[in-house]
Design a protein around this ligand. Structure first.
Ligand code: ADP
Length: 431
């Protein structure tokens, strides 16, 4: 398992899961505790109100004057502070003559001059009682007593199930959502990490294969050069034609080594974004013609057909980079497909774009590989690549160059079999 992944699991996932499970258990315990409190309150609510009304009656019995009544009421309120929100005194003809903390709903239920009546209760002839709801607001009730005729003293009581904070059900739901979110974030983070680890592993495997392939690609021409030089030094090649051929082979193989090293340097530069393009306006027909001529001997006599466009197809690009793209496409066609039929390279105008297509009759490229072949060091794993040299950087460079110059390189299936690679660059209009 990847080291980063192990750290992530050990220091993030496991503690977070423990935290999340602990969180859910805690929330659940709290919720159950609150629910129990609510059930108990619901059961005793009526008794509590009856007892409160009795207490009001009891407290006011001995307090004949106003200040003494007020004090008695405030004492009662202090005693049951949690539930009793307000206290008031009402007098017939005068309305509420003193109040503290009483809500608008209760004040409205005790009008100034109207004959006093309590909403929701028919027990006004009694000396004490409680009314609920005072209005439509079911959370309020009044515990009252009549200390004298025409007078009412009352306590406003909060009847809500849960006095403080939000509804515990909402809190529990919110807490569970947060914990679930935590899980999802962790899961997504984990999946991203696993993906990154997999990618890193694939990339590293590809790099290793690339180094193997590159050493192979360099070793073969260097071995040929060495063999030729040794034969030359030993004086084993004497005839002028053979000498010429040996020198040509040395130059060609040396050129191959230089090309591989150049590709490698280009890859480093494009990766760092430091490749400099020297742009010029030129005819794409000429670039294709030159590249085809340079690679013609890689094909059989009628193995490469070149179809140039009528007139000039002008592009504003780096001629070396364009030639390198076309050479790479032709080189691949020669390596992977030329044995199966002629390769056609064509230049065309395509609605504001200058287009080069390299079409072959090879085995083609499976649809799921058509993008991947443009990745760095990627080579399709098949018999063809196993027996053909290559490093997997040619198409990656081709696409990088094309994109840097405002164009694109793509691969498609060719109708009737084979592949067609297309290079498109913005065409410069003739003005
Ligand atoms: P290389 O040729 O060095 O392997 P490239 O980047 O040029 O690297 O190509 C990547 C891969 O794309 C090749 O390894 C090959 O599997 C596949 N490929 C490229 N051109 C063709 C083609 N014309 N037909 C079939 N497969 C191709």
């Amino acid at each position: 398992m990847n080291k980063d992944l192990k750290c992530y699991i050990a220091f993030i996932v496991l503690p977070a899961i423990a935290l999340a499970v602990g969180g859910v258990l805690f929330l659940h315990g709290e919720f159950a505790r609150q629910q129990e409190g609510i059930q108990n309150w619901r059961k005793i609510r009526g008794e509590f109100m009856g007892e409160l009304a009795q207490n009001v009656q009891g407290a006011l019995k001995d307090s004949a004057d106003g200040p003494a009544r007020i004090k008695a009421l405030l004492d009662l309120r202090a005693e049951k502070e949690e539930r009793v929100k307000g206290v008031f005194l009402w007098k017939k003809g005068e309305g509420v003559i003193w109040q503290e903390g009483v809500s608008e709903a209760v004040r409205a239920a005790f009008p100034t001059n109207a004959k006093w009546h309590a909403v929701g209760s028919k027990s006004m002839s009694m000396k004490r009682g409680w009314t609920a709801p005072v209005t439509n607001n079911a959370n309020l009730a009044v515990a009252w007593a009549r200390p004298a005729s025409g007078e009412v003293a009352g306590l406003e009581v909060d009847l809500r199930d849960n006095l403080t904070g939000s509804d515990p059900r909402d809190l529990f739901a919110a807490g569970t959502c947060i914990v679930a979110l935590l899980f999802v974030i962790l899961l997504v983070g984990g999946l991203l990490l696993v993906r990154a680890a997999r990618r890193a592993r694939t990339e590293s495997a590809r790099k290793t294969t690339f180094i193997d392939n590159l050493s192979h690609e360099l070793k073969i021409p260097l071995a040929v050069v060495r063999m030729k030089v040794e034969r030359l030094l030993a004086g084993k090649i004497a005839e002028p034609e053979k000498l010429q051929a040996a020198y040509r082979t040395i130059a060609e193989e040396n050129g191959e080594v230089i090309r591989q090293v150049d590709d490698l340097l280009e890859l480093v530069r494009t990766g760092k974004g430091t490749r400099r393009y020297v742009r010029a306006i030129f005819d794409l027909n000429l670039a294709v013609d030159e590249a085809a001529a340079a690679l013609r001997d890689r094909f059989s006599p009628d193995g490469l057909e070149v179809k140039l466009a009528g007139g000039t197809v002008r592009v504003d690009a780096d001629p070396d980079a364009v030639r390198q793209i076309i050479r790479n496409l032709l080189d691949n066609a020669a390596k992977y497909a030329a044995a199966k039929g002629p390769v056609e390279v064509a230049v065309a105008h395509a609605g504001g774009w200058a287009r080069v297509t390299v079409a072959d009759r090879g085995d083609g490229i499976p649809p799921n590989e058509r993008e991947r072949i443009f990745e760095r060091f990627y080579r399709i794993d098949n018999d063809l690549t196993r027996t053909t040299g290559g490093t997997g950087i040619g198409l990656c460079l081709a696409r990088c160059f094309a994109r840097d110059m405002g164009g694109e390189v793509t691969a498609d299936a060719r109708p009737g079999g084979g592949s067609v690679f297309t290079l498109e660059l913005p065409e410069v209009r003739h003005d």
